[in-house]
Ligand binder design. Structure first.
Ligand SMILES: NC(=O)c1ccc[n+]([C@@H]2O[C@H](COP(=O)([O-])OP(=O)(O)OC[C@H]3O[C@@H](n4cnc5c(N)ncnc54)[C@H](O)[C@@H]3O)[C@@H](O)[C@H]2O)c1
Length: 423
């Protein structure tokens, strides 16, 4: 059985984009940032308006913008003052709709004094650079998952150090973790509800490569130049000749993505890790490959990883994009089990003869609330639902898994030196 939220995945973006365009065309969602901020500010005088900059005006960026504008309509004093993209047609389209100032470079946008915080929705390889620039410019950050590309461990550590040192409010865009049931489960598990946690599993199963191959090529004749900054797109990726597929369908290529493992697994992993409260791993091993989909892609379509933590638990994360028959998300303790039952929530049950609770923690959150949680954290300076520490604890095993699968070795984490070694 596949679990619904795992299958509500990033590839729904194009449909979301269409509804966003319709919503904007229809009216109030198209309010300018200044008007939205002013209007909302007058309704909630005690709340200072939050002025956002959007970095990355593609599918996800526009979807999140729509969600922010919906929050503004509901009374949250928030709006966009700036937008950035290195592809002119997308930048123009989004900036015009948001009535935001246009920037061709994120480094310039983060210097804008009319921006308090940024939303980063660029391709994976660019996240860590955008985020570092924003954090160093004292902006709070909502950064889409994955926190970094799989080949950027050193840069990722730099970002984490910088966020810690500056006290930045940093929300990673793994939105399902904003459902408070995961934090509640974490508390109960920490307090011993199911005994010592020894094993856990989760996964992401889907049928069809719509998330990768399905990315739309806006313009087959697009070329690098004034309106398309190919250098900025590549960030620290190996230099390749421009191709429209690489630019518009970047999820197909290991240079810019890790495939389903880094694109999809952050969702189930983040909420599972929130409940588990695990730290950094000891070892990770991963297997997988391109078993079904090819046509020039370099990312695997099927990918399984197992993480070993010091003193346990073992965590298995499995998946393929060629079949949507999923596995349950389960946490196994010596006294009881927690099973994610989709819409019903998290079911606790005892092991035979053990004194563990039998009950369900109900589910109750949406994507907008992850953004609302970010805005709330900016105001209170409290940690958001998916702060940099949780994001890092998800990203490290993902990086290790990618290296393990690609190199055919076991990835070992040296906790003293904070290094990954392949053996
Ligand atoms: N949380 C979720 O459920 C979810 C869903 C979809 C996508 N995402 C994440 O959002 C990110 C974007 O995905 P997408 O589907 O919107 O991709 P996309 O290709 O549609 O959009 C990315 C945009 O970033 C722009 N860009 C590239 N390099 C840039 C740079 N250096 N500076 C500024 N802009 C740059 C591109 O021109 C493009 O417009 C990805 O990291 C993805 O994992 C998350």
């Amino acid at each position: 059985m596949s679990e619904k939220p795992e299958n509500r995945n990033p590839s729904t973006t194009r449909r979301d984009r269409r509804s966003f365009l319709l919503a904007l065309g229809a009216g109030p969602a198209g309010l300018s940032a200044a008007r939205a901020v002013a209007a909302q500010g007058s309704r909630s005088p005690e709340k200072k308006p939050i002025r956002l900059g959007l970095i990355g005006c593609g599918g996800r960026g526009n979807y999140l913008a729509q969600k922010v504008l919906a929050l503004a309509e509901e009374g949250e004093p928030v709006g966009f003052t700036a937008a950035c993209d290195i592809y002119q047609p997308r930048l123009e389209r989004t900036a015009t709709r948001l009535k935001a100032k246009e920037y061709k470079s994120a480094a310039d946008l983060v210097r804008d004094r009319n921006v308090d915080a940024v939303i980063i929705a660029t391709p994976d390889r660019v996240h860590v650079y955008n985020a570092l620039e924003a954090v160093r410019a004292s902006k709070d950050v909502y950064c889409e998952k994955p926190l970094s590309h799989w080949a950027q461990f050193e840069k990722l550590k730099e970002l984490v150090r910088e966020v810690r040192a500056r006290g930045t409010v940093f929300q990673v865009g793994a939105q399902w973790v904003s459902d408070p049931m995961w934090a509640r489960a974490a508390k109960e598990i920490r307090e011993g509800a199911i005994g010592k946690v020894v094993h856990a599993q989760t996964g992401y199963f889907r049928h069809g490569d719509q998330g990768e191959r399905g990315m739309k090529i806006d313009d087959p004749n697009a070329r690098p130049g004034v309106g398309l900054d190919w250098e900025a797109f590549q960030a620290d990726a190996p230099r390749r000749p421009f191709s429209v597929s690489r630019f518009f369908q970047w999820r197909l290529y290991l240079d810019y993505s890790g495939g389903p493992a880094t694109d999809l697994y952050p969702h189930p992993m983040t909420r599972l890790f929130k409940a588990l409260g695990v730290g950094l791993p000891k070892k990770v091993v991963a297997l997988g490959g391109r078993y079904v989909y090819d046509g020039g892609r370099t990312v695997p379509d099927t990918f399984d990883l197992i993480i070993e933590y010091p003193e346990g638990p073992n965590v298995a994360v499995l998946g393929t994009i060629a079949n949507n028959t999923g596995i349950e998300t389960v946490i196994r303790g010596t006294k009881g089990t927690v099973a994610y039952t989709g819409d019903a929530g998290l079911a606790f049950s005892p092991q035979p003869g053990e004194d563990a609770p039998r009950r369900t923690i109900r589910t109750d959150r949406t994507v907008a609330e992850h953004l609302a949680n970010f805005l709330q954290s900016i105001r209170t300076r409290e940690k958001p639902a998916c702060d940099i520490e949780l994001g890092y604890r998800v990203q490290v095993p993902l990086i290790m898994a990618m290296l393990s699968q690609i190199e055919g070795k076991v990835a070992v984490f040296d906790a003293d030196k904070e290094e990954i070694h392949l053996v």
